[in-house]
Design a protein around this ligand. Structure first.
Ligand code: C5P
Length: 220
């Protein structure tokens, strides 16, 4: 049988990635972090010496993009060709460039097809697919669709702690700037019809995992 998709969307710093990974681990599901693909493509464009604002250069890089990502929640190495970019794609220079590649519609179509194929062929009962437009564009028919939100100041604080940043104000500014650019492309701040909202503002990590699992148990 084909595996089904648990679609989880949300803004930067909502806890999406860490919560999705923990949920997948607990339920024995696969985990696909779609932001990592956009980040790896941005890294690839920069590695080629190109500018992520140059749409033609982005399209050329996307056409020659040997990307690989594991679905195992405990082994999520990201490669571009033979290069392990798992850590490099989290660097601020990539975070600052990623919205540029993600706003190109042809790029989105290409990666979305890849996400659907990866989820369909996965050797897991289900795959938690996490991103910005999974509930609306990549998998609008998924049995479980969740929007994970949190208040902006809580998201900024979490991201600063995650990056071990000294300048929390700069982290907050970069995060809000990226959200603003991203929300011009896809709306991930309001839930589409049939999408359940899990607001983690007042929940700790374990409580958020439990809330997501409760939705899955109700819907799947
Ligand atoms: O989730 P993460 O912050 O790693 O995503 C990195 C970037 O990838 C986002 O800022 C956004 O530009 C892009 N993205 C997207 N659609 C997705 C997932 C990520 O446009 N489904």
């Amino acid at each position: 049988t084909e595996s089904f998709i648990v679609a989880i969307d949300g803004p930067a710093g909502s806890g999406k990635s860490s919560v999705s990974k923990a949920v997948a681990r607990r339920l024995g599901y696969g985990f696909l972090d779609t932001g990592a693909a956009y980040r790896a493509l941005a890294w690839h464009v920069l590695d080629r010496g190109d500018d992520t604002a140059d749409e033609a250069a982005v399209l050329a890089a996307a056409a020659d993009f040997p990307f690989a990502q594991g679905l195992d929640p405990d082994d999520r190495l990201v490669h571009v060709g033979a290069t392990d970019v798992t850590d490099a794609i989290r660097e601020p220079r990539v975070s600052g460039a990623v919205s540029g590649v993600a706003r190109v519609p042809a790029v989105r179509e290409q990666v979305n097809d890849a996400f659907r194929r990866i989820a369909r062929e996965a050797e897991y009962p289900a795959v938690v697919v996490e991103g910005r437009d999974i509930t609306t564009v990549v998998a609008p028919d998924a049995p479980v669709r969740i929007l994970l939100t949190a208040a902006p100041e809580v998201r900024a604080a979490r991201r600063a702690a995650e990056l071990d940043a000294e300048d929390a104000g700069a982290v907050a500014a970069a995060l809000h700037h990226r959200d603003a650019k991203d929300s011009a492309v896809v709306d991930f701040l309001t839930a589409a019809e049939g999408v359940e909202v899990v607001d983690s503002t007042d929940l700790d990590f374990e409580e958020t995992i439990d809330a997501v699992i409760a939705v899955i148990e109700r819907r799947a």
